[in-house]
Design a protein around this ligand. Structure first.
Ligand SMILES: [Zn+2]
Length: 505
């Protein structure tokens, strides 16, 4: 018997101990629906203001309250902005689109339906380009349609009231194809989309005020499968980070559920960041529950082809194009170009100043561009404040050119330029006026500089001896002493030349 293995015929050792299904066997399928408020001054179907933060129910009329018989009139500017969004995202912008009523019952929708678009939206197709882990990617869009926002329910200590100021605010809904695979990818896509809309001047990108909102449809399926699993809609997530975390936590929940033999049910869920978990809100409606039908009060929208062409040709340069131009033509680093395109107005400021400096100081475009970029990054950017699509700068781009021109001409040095910037900001005066008034022009008078150099040499006998014994790195010390003696106003290159002549001679 000892010739035979004592191992029983069918033991556990004959089989893989791997469980039948593990998380690695699934892939997530994520599609995003983004609601972006169009940057109009008035609402989509009436003349009420869209300004954020007004006292409740002060920006309302019969139309946006939904009183019976009130007739909507389309805001042409809203349609133009929506078309601009479409062009900026590579969509097919349709000359004809149709508004439809989406019926549902909720306190924030007094008239019982939301005006939206279904079968004939303004834009079809398109894509969002983004970078994930250093790799350029793109995800397709299904459509972009125009719709009105609902009012806002405010929950105040046990009771709920409705503020109709937001009702009727123009939105676009940007529906993405379910092509994203992770929370990090969704975050990258959203950041890129927000940037496109801001650079196009369509949306102010403010997540806190809710003018850029995202719902995420999340499902899982066996890896390699082409069919879509049951999807869960994640709603009301108001930061990029929370979108990523909510999606990741929802993917984990669905995987655990399926591995445990359960089934994902179609529902709407919210995200509790304190617990890093999603929670059920309500079962999800199907499109047919909304009883869509064309709005009889609104004729189909038609935009003349010539108008569409003009809009397409007038669309602002996108951030990725600005970055490519700056790195290729001005020689900026990718990092600097990224920092300076964080807001569209900052990018325009840099371009305006770079063009101005190149013209006024007769510099090559790349030389002027680099000088402006460096000065803005080190001295200007920290004092820039943004408010939606607008930005406030400590001094105007033209005033900045006036300052940098003085540096180029040798009238002031780079150090004094920083002081002049502070004074420009305080007084509102231009650089030349301040330099003249306060006597800040660089000391280039050779006689005066030689006297200052002589005084420093006379006062530093031991350093002079060391320098002459070969410790030439001390030259920097002498330059520093002369700059100090001249209150920073000496021309450093000139000081260095005079010092070398006197110490070496
Ligand atoms: Zn109104």
């Amino acid at each position: 018997m000892s010739d035979f293995s004592t191992e029983p015929a069918g033991s556990a050792a004959d089989f893989s101990t791997e469980p039948a299904g593990s998380a690695a066997d699934f892939e997530a399928v994520i599609g995003l629906e983004v609601h972006a408020q169009l940057a109009t001054r008035t609402k989509l179907f009436c003349g009420c203001s869209t300004a954020y933060g007004a006292a409740p129910n002060t920006q309302v009329c019969a139309v946006c309250l939904g009183l019976p018989g009130a007739l909507p009139v389309v805001n042409a500017r809203a349609l133009e902005l929506a078309a601009l969004a479409g062009f900026s995202l590579g969509c097919d912008v349709r000359p004809r689109s149709v508004f439809a009523r989406k019926s549902y019952f909720y306190p924030d929708l007094a008239k019982g339906y939301q005006i939206s678009q279904l079968d004939e939206p303004l834009c079809l197709g398109g894509y969002v380009r983004y970078v994930l882990d250093g790799e350029a990617r793109s995800a397709r869009l299904t459509r972009i349609h125009v719709e009105e926002d609902a009012a806002k329910n405010l929950h105040l200590g046990g009771r709920t009231v409705v503020d109709f100021n937001r009702a009727g605010t123009p939105l676009i809904e940007i529906v993405g194809e379910p092509e994203l695979r992770s929370g990090a990818e969704a975050e990258a896509y959203l950041r890129a989309l927000r940037e496109v809309l801001m650079f196009a001047g369509v949306n102010d990108g403010n997540l806190e005020e809710g003018s850029f909102r995202c719902d995420a449809n999340v499902s899982i399926r066996p890896r390699g499968s082409a069919t879509l699993g049951t999807r869960v809609e994640l709603k009301n997530i108001n930061s990029f980070r929370f979108v990523r975390l909510a999606i990741e936590s929802e993917i984990r929940r669905q995987e655990a559920l399926v591995l445990d033999g359960g089934k994902v049910t179609q529902e709407t869920r919210g995200y509790d960041d304190a617990r890093d978990a999603t929670f059920a809100m309500r079962s999800k409606e199907e499109a047919h529950d909304y009883r869509y039908f064309p709005d009889p009060d609104l004729p189909p929208v038609s935009i003349a082809p010539a108008r569409l062409d003009a809009l397409r040709d007038s669309r602002p340069e996108l951030a990725e194009d600005v970055r490519a131009r700056w790195t290729n033509e001005l020689g900026l680093t990718a990092y600097d170009a990224g920092v300076l395109t964080a807001h569209p107005e900052v990018a325009r400021y840099v371009d305006r100043a770079a063009t101005g400096l190149a013209a006024k100081a007769s510099l090559a475009a790349n030389v002027a561009g680099k000088k402006v970029a460096n000065f803005v990054m080190s001295e200007v950017l920290r004092d820039v404040t943004t408010d939606g699509l607008a930005a406030r700068f400590p001094i105007s781009a033209d005033a900045l050119v006036g300052l940098l021109v003085l540096v180029e001409a040798g009238t002031i040095n780079g150090k004094i330029a920083k002081d002049v910037l502070v004074r420009m900001r305080e007084s509102g005066d231009d650089a030349a006026t301040i330099v003249e008034r306060e006597g800040l022009a660089q000391v280039t008078d050779t006689g005066a500089l030689e006297a200052a150099v002589d005084a420093v040499i006379a006062a530093s006998p031991s350093q002079v001896a060391q320098y002459r014994a070969g410790k030439t790195a001390l030259l920097g010390y002498f330059v520093g002493q002369v700059m100090k003696a001249t209150k920073g106003q000496a021309n450093p290159a000139q000081v260095q030349a005079i010092l070398k002549a006197k110490l070496d001679g």
